[in-house]
Design a protein. Sequence first.
Length: 117
Amino acid sequence: MSDTFNPEAVLSGLKKPLDKMTVKELKELAISSFPQIVGASGKQKEELLAEIKQALGIVEEEGGASPYAPQIRSLKKTIAQLKTRKNQIPKSQRTEREKLRKQIHELKKKTRRLAAV
C-alpha cells in the first residue's frame, strides 16, 4: 500500500454520491478508507459527511440565500393579509371564504416551489 492518499480513487470507487449514502455506508467508508477519521462508528450522518468531505478536500457551499427570498416574503405577507380578511368574513358567507382559502392554498404552493429552487 502506498503512503499517498488519492481522493480520486476513493471517489471513483463509490456507487452513489456521498449525500445519498446511508449512515452505515458512510461509516464503512470512513473506517476502511480514512484512517484519520477517529470515532467514525459513533458519529451521525452530518458529522461523517463533513469529515469525509474535509478529508477529500471537497468544499461545500454553506446554504446561501435563495434568489427568490424577497418574492417569497412578499407572497407570505399576501397570505397573511388574505388570512385576516378570511377570518373577518362571517362563516355564513361560505363561498367567499372558500375563494380566499383556495387563493391562500395556491400562494402557499408558489412559496414552496420557489423555496425548492
